[in-house]
Design a protein around this ligand. Structure first.
Ligand code: NAD
Length: 311
């Protein structure tokens, strides 16, 4: 991949961009690309997800291979590693028709070792792969202020940033391919631990007779403060506009959090890293999935703990 190809791709800035995976996150992200004037070539395995994009004037295709035939920059936003493998290397995958010099950006949260394997397969076809998972959730995706953690060849970062900045306010280069995923799973392991910590702390305080709003206020002016306590409090009635205020609907699903904690466990095992609290958090989120919380926001761990205490 020469610099000339990179420059010509960057200059052709309003040529179509492929977008595969139009779910909770992909939908608002692709809309932000359209708002910035990029024609979008869309595909999702679930046809209903594409309908809205057809109405917005996007071209809807029948397979990831068809997207690759029509666009030389593609963003994928899929649930997990097996979906990403299918979309890139499957029978009708991107690699079947990818053009030389194409830039493929995967924003799904997947196993860093899968990102590295995909990068190798993409490179063999003369194209470029970068991992660019996001932090920020559905609200940030809508507002276009996601944080992207980007791994891949550094010379390609500017070309990737040109697109990612339409959907995010922070686009951070992390290093070689897979390091974006590494940053993302570390962040989510800490988020899960801090959310469980906030939920059990709030629950204990309530049982000790404290008013939850008052306790949250005190935590947020003290050393226990964290994002889970001051921005996304898990206790209903403490904050407005968060999933706990809406029966834990929307937000970041418990299944997805369990998946990310599983990725952290695999990475910890591979690198012989002790992560006792990450491991405990993984078990808690897996139990929640088995007990009917799979589709609820991950802050529902508060409700889960409340149910456990009555046993
Ligand atoms: P989602 O399940 O809402 O959307 C995924 C979309 O991918 C769905 O529309 C699905 O039909 C589609 N899809 C699945 N397999 C496909 C295939 N083979 N071909 C084409 N389309 C396919 O998930 P989401 O909430 O949008 O999350 C996407 C990724 O972003 C996940 O890896 C998640 O961990 C990560 N993430 C989510 C959030 C959040 O708050 N939801 C925040 C940060 C990161």
């Amino acid at each position: 991949m020469g610099l000339k190809e990179v420059c010509s791709r960057a200059m052709a800035s309003k040529t179509p961009v492929g977008f595969i995976g139009l779910g909770n996150m992909g939908n608002p992200m692709a809309k932000n690309l359209i708002k910035h004037g990029y024609p979008v070539i869309a595909y999702d395995v679930f046809p209903e997800a594409c309908k809205e994009f057809q109405d917005l004037g996007a071209q809807v295709t029948d397979s990831p291979a068809d997207v690759a035939e029509r666009a030389d920059r593609i963003i994928t936003m899929l649930p997990s590693s097996p979906n990403a493998i299918e979309v890139y290397t499957g029978a009708n995958g991107i690699l079947k028709k990818v053009k030389k010099g194409s830039l493929l950006i995967d924003s799904s949260t997947i196993d860093p070792s899968v990102s590295k394997e995909l990068a190798k397969a993409v490179e063999k076809m003369g194209a470029v792969f970068m991992d660019a998972p996001v932090s920020g959730g559905v609200g940030a995706a809508r507002a276009g202020n996601l944080t992207f953690m980007v791994g891949g060849v550094e010379q390609e970062f500017d070309a990737a940033k040109e697109l990612l900045i339409c959907m995010g306010s922070n686009v951070v280069y992390c290093g070689e391919v897979g390091t974006g995923q590494a940053a993302k799973i570390c962040n989510n392991m800490l988020l899960a631990i801090s959310m469980i910590g906030t939920a059990e702390t709030m629950n204990l305080g309530i049982r000790l007779g404290l008013d939850p709003k008052l306790l949250a206020k005190i935590l947020n002016m003290s050393s226990g403060r964290c994002w889970s306590s001051d921005t996304y409090n898990p206790v209903p009635g403490v904050m407005e506009g968060v999933p706990s205020a809406n029966n834990y609907q929307g937000g970041f699903g418990t299944t997805l959090m369990a998946k990310d904690l599983g990725l952290a466990q695999i990475s910890a095992t591979n690198t012989k890293t002790p992560v006792p609290l990450g491991s405990q958090a993984h078990q808690i989120y897996r139990m929640m999935c088995a007990k009917g919380y799979a589709l609820k926001d991950f802050s529902a761990v508060f409700q889960f703990l409340r149910e456990e205490e009555s046993l």
